[in-house]
Design a protein. Structure first.
Lengths: 550, 239
């Protein structure tokens, strides 16, 4: 296949049309959809609404609730461990606070537990990859916080709850928007290098569904910059951690409280028992389950383990019927299919156009609406570009950014994107890039209250693993804010809880009970969960095809 | 969901194979794959060596040589296509000491970089760090800036660092470049970058309870009314 500046020859025809319409389009703004129009495109084209992809789960606290088949499968699996083979008599780690997960939520929780008076040595953070390996570090576009004079937490509240289809927990949203600015201040104090003007004011940009320019960023390495700094601080304080060690089952005591976890050393294959007065789940999301075979933006460990651990001890979940497909994943070249193209590209002025170089959607609709409109353009109207692997996509007209804000803007503000495309021979300052929706975020999660406490005493949750903050759809820039605000609260409230907690006799009785539930429901399967890591060996590594057939 | 037809074809390129050597063992893999996917195709399941799989975390640092080529190349496995005749291995871990500090007790004094990382002075300007950086950063220049105490320059030049650590491993002077960059960036963010006044004002307003009443009103508003308020809110335009 002959490539011309990174693209197959046949795609060049469409690229020329995009270039031809560019000057005209610079002056055009596509109309935003009404709430009714949004509902229509969502119900016809959003993957959440596709028939046959979900089912009611048959056991546990959410029995009867509809969720994606892939997640229902995880919950209707045998526990990974056989409790009869695990001895709870020998405690390997005895701490006040156990934190499961080493991404943004876990690190922030660890620092705030420490700030709340828990000595570093009484905290233990475990992660199945390395400290910092997470979706948090991959976040590109930015973090919302209403701090400009023309903005307010009230506006932020409205944007969040409208974007979430009014299904959010209002109390959690209020906390998100009012505490958010304090966390931005905290990051300033820790030395995070945000994009600022010469007076020290943040350079803020719009995101999908935001009514004010509110996104604070650090080029398109926002997540990386924040995680780097928070991790550096975590290391400075000598907080103990175990890498390549998974939590495979929570431990309860005879009062029904969560009091730690069975851990599994992924390398030596040994089990450890960690006893803790309070346990914080900060395990992130489930993108690596590849719902409906979609590619994902998520990191290697995003396998939904936290949902399984919580479910096994009886903690209910919420809003699991909705998943977030990011409107713009890379659709070409093959090597980067599904990887995130930050919303900031649209925030900086790039329009979304079809194979004829024409706009068909306002570029900054909320994510679910934008994604559904792109799927409609490709499959409902047949106006997408077909790639050599049979994928379809639409153009994201990145060269517009250079026209609007001057030459060199992309290299300076979107250096991660620019670098990624250049590695595959494409210059996004000259040519548009091809995109299609990709599985991005777990909108729902474990039910928490405003103190991040789950329904099971002793168990707290922060970040993507919890639900309620974003309702049925998260807006750009609110995931970092979520793990900052609720990671901090998890650290503080878990510390408070731990001070008065009395641990009873340790038990894994709930694991036996889970097996009984499976049996009673007539579920016969050889599946086991949590799955810890995805398996891409052999042919599974070849690009997954998205089955868009009914 | 409407009825749509997926045209599924195997790409031409997938039919082509190349030979690579993973830690010395020979495998035939599709030519279109990244190194990371090729290793998985060959039958390996990662525990170490895979993180974000998108070029942001530095977990998949790979070193390789090519047949008949004396050079030692470095790359991110998730961002690099396989080539015929690659001899490769991934680095599971990079031992490197990080200085411990309490940022609150530091300042914008550029001499701090040498104080915490005195080995900086051993730099022989060989440029190996720059040549080995998979992000193509000017590592040696920021090491030189660190020796001069120019915090802002180090922060700027090191900003895109993914902390894979390959610079530190290749450095004949045993400098830990990526940790030096981290300290400089935090010093810059805390002591040199100006603070936002808008943010200060907003924090004060929130503390004074300025938004409480309005927020509580929205929280208890019937959904139909809330939808109306949402739909009629004005949207800021690019100006």
């Amino acid at each position: 296949m002959k490539l011309i500046r990174g693209y197959p020859e046949y795609m060049r025809e469409s690229i020329e049309l995009v270039a031809k319409t560019r000057q005209r389009r610079l002056k055009e703004t596509f109309r935003k959809m009404t709430l009714e129009e949004r509902d229509e495109v969502l119900s016809k084209y959003h993957p959440d609404y596709k028939k046959g992809t979900k089912r009611p789960v048959r056991i546990g606290p959410n029995k009867g609730d509809v969720m994606p088949n892939e997640l229902a499968d995880l919950l209707e699996s045998h526990p990974l461990i056989d409790p009869s083979e695990i001895s709870l008599d020998q405690i390997d780690f005895d701490v006040d606070i156990l934190i499961i997960g080493g991404g943004g939520g876990g690190l922030v929780a660890a620092l705030w537990a420490n700030n709340s008076g828990i000595p570093a040595e009484n905290i233990l953070l475990v992660t199945k990859l390395r400290v910092g390996d997470s979706n948090s570090i991959m976040s590109q576009g930015g973090v919302q916080a209403a701090d400009r004079p023309e903005d307010s937490p009230v506006r932020h509240y409205l944007d969040v709850i409208g974007g979430g289809h009014f299904a959010n927990n209002p109390e959690l949203v209020k906390t998100l928007v009012t505490e958010g600015p304090f966390l931005i201040k905290w990051l300033e104090e820790l030395g995070v290098m945000f994009d600022k003007d010469e007076n020290g004011e943040f350079i803020e940009r719009p995101g999908g569904g935001t009514s004010r320019f509110r996104l604070h960023s650090a080029k398109d390495y926002t997540g990386m910059e924040i995680v780097r700094v928070v991790r550096d601080e975590f290391r400075n304080r000598d907080i103990p951690y175990l890498e390549f060690t998974s939590a495979v089952e929570l431990i309860k005591d005879n009062q029904g409280h969560v009091v730690g976890s069975v851990l599994y050393n992924m390398e030596t294959k040994e089990y450890y028992i960690a006893r803790a007065k309070a346990t914080i789940l900060a395990t992130g999301g489930y993108g690596r389950l590849h719902l409906q075979n979609f590619p994902t933006t998520n990191h290697y460990g995003a396998t939904g383990d936290g949902l399984v651990l919580a479910y096994h001890v009886g903690a209910p979940l919420r809003d699991m019927d909705s998943a977030q497909y990011h409107p713009t994943g890379a659709a070409y070249p093959e090597q980067i299919v599904g990887l995130l193209i930050t919303e900031k590209v649209r925030g900086m002025g790039a329009q979304v156009v079809n194979k004829y170089g024409e706009q068909f959607v306002f570029p900054l609709e909320p994510r679910d609406v934008e994604a559904a409109a792109i799927i409609r353009e490709c499959y409902g109207r047949n106006n997408g570009v077909i790639t050599p692997t049979g994928m379809r996509g639409v153009w994201l007209d990145s060269p517009m950014i250079e026209i609007i804000s001057g030459e060199g803007t992309i290299r300076k503000n979107l250096s991660a994107m620019w670098r990624m495309y250049r590695r595959f021979g494409i210059d996004m300052t000259e040519d548009p890039i091809l995109v299609f929706p990709t599985l991005h975020y777990q909108n729902g999660g474990v039910v928490i209250d405003n103190t991040t406490a789950t329904k099971v005493p002793g168990l707290f949750a922060a970040g993507e693993v919890e639900g309620g903050v974003h309702g049925k759809n998260r807006l750009m820039g609110n995931s970092i804010l979520d793990y900052l605000v609720f990671g901090k609260r998890a650290g503080i409230y878990a510390a408070k809880y731990a001070r008065n907690a009395k641990i009873g006799k340790l038990t894994l009785e709930h694991v036996y009970k889970y097996e009984e539930m499976l049996k009673k429901a007539g579920i016969e399967t050889d599946r086991r969960s949590p799955i810890l890591l995805p398996d891409y060996r052999g042919k599974k590594t070849i690009e997954r095809t998205i089955d868009l057939l009914q | 969901m409407v009825q749509v037809q997926e045209e599924k074809k195997r790409p031409e390129e997938e039919e082509k194979f190349v030979t690579i050597y993973i830690m010395g063992k020979k495998y035939k893999v599709p030519a279109a794959l990244t190194i990371m996917k090729a290793v998985e195709y060959a039958g390996y399941r990662y525990i170490r060596g895979a993180g974000c799989r998108a070029g942001f975390c530095g977990a998949c640092t790979t070193v390789f040589r090519k047949k008949g080529d004396y050079k030692l190349y470095t790359a991110l496995a998730c961002q690099t296509k396989v080539e015929d005749g690659m001899y490769l291995t991934q680095l599971p871990f990079i031992p490197a000491n990080k200085a411990k500090y309490d940022l609150n007790k530091l300042s914008d004094n550029g001499a701090l970089l040498l104080q915490y990382y005195p080995e900086l002075a051993r730099c022989v300007s060989c440029n190996t760090c720059t040549r080995s950086c998979p992000q193509e950063l000017s590592v040696m220049y920021y090491v030189q800036a660190a020796i001069r105490g120019d915090i802002a320059k180090v922060a700027e030049l090191s900003f895109d660092c993914i902390q894979c650590g390959i610079c530190a491993l290749r450095c004949p002077a045993e400098i830990v470049q990526y940790h030096v960059g981290q300290l400089a960036r935090r010093l810059y963010g805390k002591f040199i970058q100006k603070r936002s006044q808008n943010l200060e004002r907003r924090l004060k307003e929130i503390e004074e309870g300025k938004y409480e009443e309005e927020l509580n009103k929205l929280m208890t508003m019937p959904i139909d009314k809330l939808k109306e308020v949402y739909s009629s809110r004005d949207i800021e335009k690019r100006g």
